[in-house]
Design a protein around this ligand. Structure first.
Ligand code: FES
Length: 480
């Protein structure tokens, strides 16, 4: 049995649950959930002579596969209950319970559990470190992510103060959605960003806690997502003259661009779920997490200075680029293409440029923006990881080789060079080795691009190249 060091024990005292993402040299992924049931105050343990397994038992650390063996629910929000002389994790979807030690359930199903050991490290000040058994099959399992499960559903809880408040109810009074697909389409059709954020939080909570009828992607009546999600007029036209922004590398403009993260996580679920009924629940767990992150990023970026200090530039007032929209439209025909272009080209590019952006905020003494950007950057690594995970999953199903397939998708679905310099370390963490992206050029022609875009007239309203009349006068500080 092989073990992988995942953390110091002290680090695990910050939360009681953590999601672990492991990847093997062969590019296989496993998502595990770690439950720590002891409280920090219980820390009276007799280590003398106890084995590493005993220490793990004393600290009540249990690890199991993060998806339920019944129908694949995310177990990160399972209830933990004492049952006779055992402790069980109760799945939020259908309430099957699984023994945390053995994985056994009264239903006859069995969850996959992993042994845990706690050892002191004599070469590192005798710090206690936690080790988890690696999955069978695959070599050199690595820990890609150790993410605390927030009890608040978004950590830190985003604020909404800079985004206008809206009236319509979060849950529509007539025909409220009952499946994840219905929520996805409703959220895509919601024009106001505040309501989008509130509905996203609500829908993800319902999904995680088993309060939806189903995911709904296998249903023949699954709703279709809109080709162009609607926006309120005030968010459709920028209110700052492009001339005023031109040449101004202001931090406010950068934050505005960041706040403009779109809703591609909802779109990928709604657009491709029904055409890929074999997508497992773990796909929807990953992308609902991404949807929640996207709404968190909007709030974070829209809520920190200099936005707070420059009330004349609220969200929606400044020009934003439309390249993500274009790429999402161009890839609307193919899940493989969408994963490659949006998640492994655009989002991976974010990994390259974010550190430089963070540095600029740091040099400007803007600690709040640095803090927000660091959260966003860490989340983006997990988004590219999800892109890589599901791209390789799809390639395996289709019997094609991932690197060559990715390069072909970029050749036909992208224009120009995939630009560096590259953040090799963070790309590698996300599964993207240089073989994926080095010396890679998209060869999609103008005509082909226009064909793929089809009748997407709405793009024009968001394009920087379209001059729009300023609706309000905006004064910039000279030295932002
Ligand atoms: S009991 Fe977990 S998905 Fe049904």
């Amino acid at each position: 049995m092989k073990f992988l060091q995942i953390s110091s024990f002290k680090h695990l005292l910050t939360h009681s649950r953590f999601l672990l993402t492991l990847r093997s040299d062969q590019g296989k992924y496993h998502s595990l959930i770690l439950f720590r049931l002891s409280s920090a105050g219980d820390a009276i343990w007799d280590n003398a002579g106890s084995s590493s397994k005993d220490r793990a038992a004393n600290r009540q650390i249990y690890v199991m596969e993060s998806t339920c063996p019944h129908l694949g629910a995310d177990m990160s929000h399972a209830d933990i209950e004492e049952y006779e002389d055992t402790t069980v994790a109760v799945c939020p979807w259908h309430r099957y319970d699984f023994d945390l030690r053995t994985g056994k359930s009264e239903t006859g199903l069995k969850a996959c559990t992993y042994s845990v050991e706690v050892k002191t490290d004599p070469e590192d000040h005798d710090i206690e470190k936690v080790y988890v058994e690696t999955p069978s099959g695959g070599n050199n399992w690595r820990l890609i992510e150790l993410r605390p499960v927030s009890e608040e559903f978004a950590d830190p809880p985003p604020k909404l103060s800079q985004i206008p408040v809206v009236n319509p109810p979060v849950v529509p009074i007539t025909d409220p959605p009952t499946t994840l697909m219905q929520w996805a389409v409703l959220i895509l059709q919601t024009a106001n960003p505040t309501l989008k954020v509130l509905r996203t939080r609500h829908a993800v909570q319902l999904f995680r806690t088993g309060k939806l009828d189903s995911i709904g992607h296998k249903s023949s009546t699954a709703p279709r997502p809109p080709d162009v999600p609607p926006r309120e007029e005030s968010f459709l036209k920028n209110t700052v003259s492009p001339g005023k922004v031109k040449g101004r590398k202001s931090l406010a403009v950068m934050l505005h661009a960041l706040a403009n993260v779109e809703q591609w996580a909802w779109d990928i679920m709604a657009r491709f779920g029904p055409s890929h009924p074999d997508l497992p629940p773990a796909f929807f767990s990953d992308f609902t997490k991404m949807a929640l992150d996207e709404s968190k990023h909007l709030c974070l970026a829209a809520d920190v200075p200099p936005f707070c200090d420059v009330p004349a530039t609220p969200y929606g007032s400044m020009p934003v680029h439309a390249s993500l929209w274009e790429s999402a439209t161009i890839t609307s025909h193919s899940l493989r293409s969408r994963l490659a272009i949006i998640h492994l080209v655009h989002e991976a590019r974010g990994l390259d440029v974010n550190p430089g952006t963070i540095e600029r905020f740091r040099r400007a003494g803007d600690a709040a923006s640095v803090a927000a950007m660091e959260i966003i950057h860490a989340d983006e690594v997990t988004h590219v990881t999800s892109g890589h995970r599901w791209f390789t999953w799809l390639c395996e199903k289709e019997g094609v080789e991932p690197v060559a397939t990715f390069r072909e998708e970029v050749r036909t679905g992208w224009r120009g060079n995939v630009k560096g310099p590259f953040n090799i370390d963070d790309r590698e963490k996300a599964g993207l080795t240089p073989a994926f992206y080095e010396h890679l050029t998209g060869e999609m022609g103008e005509e082909e691009m226009e064909q793929k875009k089809g009748a997407l007239e709405g793009l024009k309203a968001l394009s920087l190249s379209d001059p729009v009349k300023p609706q309000v006068t905006v004064e910039y500080e000279d030295k932002i």
